[in-house]
Design a protein around this ligand. Structure first.
Ligand code: ADP
Length: 557
């Protein structure tokens, strides 16, 4: 069964939903803003002009009509007065009535231009001959004459005084009032005393004219506003379109599309803008290409030199190993020289390996070999392999792994290298204090932190720690033979995994390096399961001389 049709629902967009849309348009669209201001200003100007014109026409129409009816009334009353004054003195009612009818017909009716005439005798004293009062033939005859008007008319010295008042007139049979005025004057009737004479005039014609003019003005005004809006929209389109194109093109260029150029048409200012933009883009593109080529040449040079050096260096290493093996046969100073040669050749080899790796990063030719890896296990392995070196430096290596056991797709060779470097640095700068490796994970990422409580670094040093060949203090005694490229390579490895390598360090409080890799290859790490800033102030937790307990760290992690 079809559902019963309900009453039609009318939905109205509430202002709260379109106001933000308008605000967004206002801030984002130059065209909308300019058109809006133009239309608003034009509408205001046209409204002021229309109102002013309507008022002026109103005044002109009504004052002209008013002067006309006042003249007519004056003419009519004077004519009636003439008739009355020139008639023979009437002493009985019938004759006087006759004179009055004559005065009315010849004066008021013929001259006044209106048939709405009323007259009232002023004198209250009864008179047998005075003609009776006559009132308006209007629906609203009782309200047409105000007491104020009548008082003034009665108080007039003679029939040269005219009093008038604006009143709504409701003609017999009409259902609405029309604007009009009523004019009052004195008329002197012989033997009967003064009469108040009132003539009512309709202003409907003037009113209709005014309405028509006002209607025309408003229609013209609205049409004008619409035309101005359309013109400004179209004109702005021709101006704004190239600007929009320019902003889009420069955004594309800024995003790395060096081929982005503006179309140039004509010779106007916009064409000049386009030409200048294109010239700038050409120059930037050629400089970037030049720099890229230069950098490629440099990369190739480093890579070639490293390669070329490898072969002779292998020979030198073999020779130095041979000499070192036989150093017991040499005298003391030669034996020392053989030993030195051996260690320095080993460092040289390490440097060459690091340089080659860096040049591979620069060339973008590094490929990850992903395999599911238990990172907690990997951290344990690295700690085990370095425990002896750490012990030689007086540091104890501890692993705290609340998470990180489930396999994650990483390149284990690279992660191991990063960890070895971080732990090596921690041992080197750890001041014989314990070193803690923390492994933890969350739904999105796995992190390994390497915390030492040694020398630490200042803020400026921490900012430069990943720079190539940078060392906090080049004169520091080196025992593990770092090349100054270790952290640069570690950062490259972290980025290659879509991960991060963050550092916190404070002089005297030690350092904390945190490597974070995403669980899913290709995902981006937003936050690490291990905060880089340690929870406990190192000096308090560690007391600087007290060995820390692994359990404390576990709680803190
Ligand atoms: P290398 O260790 O070969 O000098 P790295 O890139 O690994 O090069 O480190 C660069 C520099 O950062 C080091 O020379 C050292 O001054 C500083 N550094 C690295 N790790 C630490 C740490 N745990 N504590 C103090 N300083 C460190």
């Amino acid at each position: 069964m079809a559902p019963a049709a309900g009453p039609p629902r009318i939905s109205v967009r509430r202002p709260s939903s379109w106001l933000p849309a308008i605000r967004a348009q206002w801030t984002s669209s130059l065209r909308f803003r300019t058109t809006f201001i133009t239309v608003a200003a034009t509408a205001l100007a046209i409204a002021v002009a229309c109102v002013w014109t309507a008022l002026a026409i109103h005044n002109e129409l009504f004052s002209a009509r008013k002067d006309q009816v006042l003249d007519q009334a004056q003419l009519a009353v004077s004519a009636a007065q003439d008739v009355l004054d020139t008639a023979e003195v009437a002493s009985n009612a019938a004759t006087l009535q006759q004179v009055l009818v004559e005065a009315r017909e010849q004066g008021l009716d013929q001259q006044s231009g209106t048939s709405y005439i009323a007259y009232f005798r002023i004198d209250d004293a009864p008179s047998a001959i005075a003609p009776p009062d006559s009132t308006f033939q209007l629906e609203n005859r009782d309200t047409v004459l105000s007491e104020g008007l009548r008082d003034r008319v009665r108080g007039s010295a003679d029939n040269q005084y005219q009093w008038w008042q604006s009143v709504p007139l409701v003609f017999d049979g009409a259902d609405r009032a029309v604007p009009g005025i009523v004019v009052g004057q004195l008329l002197d009737v012989q033997n009967a005393g003064a009469y108040e004479v009132y003539l009512a005039y309709s202003f409907e014609e003037a009113d209709q004219t005014l309405r028509f003019v006002q209607g025309t003005l408003w229609v013209t005004g609205i049409v004008l506003v619409v035309i101005v809006a359309a013109i400004s929209w179209v004109v702005l389109r021709t101006v704004a379109q190239p600007l929009i194109e320019a902003s889009q093109t420069s955004a594309r260029f800024a995003a790395g599309d060096l081929d982005a150029r503006l179309p140039v048409r004509g010779k106007d200012e916009l064409a000049t803008l386009g030409r200048s933009f294109n010239a700038m883009a050409d120059s930037i593109e050629s400089q970037i290409t030049e720099l890229a080529e230069l950098s490629q040449v440099q990369q190739r040079f480093v890579s070639d030199v490293s390669h070329e050096l490898r072969t002779p260096l292998t020979t030198i290493r073999l020779a130095s190993e041979m000499l070192n093996d036989r150093r017991d046969d040499f005298d003391e100073s030669t034996a020392r020289a053989a030993e030195l040669l051996h260690t320095q050749v080993a460092r040289f080899e390490q440097l060459l390996t690091d340089l080659l790796e860096i040049s591979r990063y620069d060339a973008g030719s590094v490929q990850l070999e992903l395999e599911p890896t238990n990172l907690a296990q990997l951290a344990e392995d690295v700690a085990d392999s370095m425990r002896q070196v750490a012990a030689q430096h007086g540091s104890e290596l501890r692993v705290v792994a609340p998470g990180g056991y489930s396999p994650v797709d990483v390149d284990p060779r690279r992660v191991r290298r990063v960890l070895r470097n971080l732990v090596g640095n921690a041992i080197e700068h750890g001041e014989a204090r314990p070193i803690v490796l923390t492994v933890d994970s969350d739904a999105r990422a796995v992190a390994i932190g390497v915390r030492d409580y040694g020398l630490g670094m200042t803020r400026e040093q921490t900012e430069r720690v990943f720079d190539r060949f940078w060392r906090a203090d080049p004169s520091r005694k080196r025992t593990l033979g770092g090349t100054g490229l270790g952290l640069a390579i570690a950062l490259g490895d972290a980025k290659l995994h879509g991960g991060t390598l963050a550092v916190w360090s404070e002089p005297g409080a030690g350092s904390h390096f945190v490597l974070t890799v995403p669980r899913a290859p290709g995902a981006v790490v937003e936050r690490s399961p291990i905060p880089v800033e340690p929870h406990e102030p190192a000096t308090e937790a560690f007391g600087l001389t007290q060995p820390i307990r692994t359990d404390d760290e576990r709680e803190g992690a």
